[in-house]
Design a protein around this ligand. Sequence first.
Ligand code: ZN
Length: 195
Amino acid sequence: MHKEIKRKSARLPEETLWIHYLLHIGFTKSLLSEAKIRKYRREYGRRSINRASDLIKDSQLAFQIHGWPSLPSNKEPGKSVSSLNTLTEFSFLASAMYYLYKERVYTSLSIAEVVSAYELYTNIRSIHENKNKQISPSTAFYVARELELDIALIPYCNNCNIRYYSSADQHIKNACPFCREAGEGDFDDQKNWTF
Ligand SMILES: [Zn+2]
């Protein structure tokens, strides 16, 4: 009994609400368990997230009701970029991140900041009749980690006056998805030197 009380008090009620909110948006349980989403504190862990998620297991989550994407939760987003359509989609997300946080995208965005950027990205893409598959919130979180690890960049294209996504792991040329030329701050120069 005593042990039970101690275990339950490990997470604050507002933290449980925050986890519920993130689950409703469509973040996966695996991300919330494993990723470092709390400042100065360790990962929640599977048991903690399962306990929070059990409390709402009988209700439909917002992402299920509205058909928002939840999967895939892609830990290496760059590797999934193999077409111009995907590159364009990731560029919408990356531009939203850069618009909100500028160079800070390369430090460490919090999950709350990722959520704000994700919201902006969702709004931008819904203006046009976008037929591409929308990126999931969990993948968006891992894009932020790619930026932090210098695996991905958000270069600027002078021809199109836009920012776009560029990952060291992507399967197509690192260049603007619209004019196909390498923009300012892209990988291309470094790549030419390395290989
Ligand atoms: Zn361009």
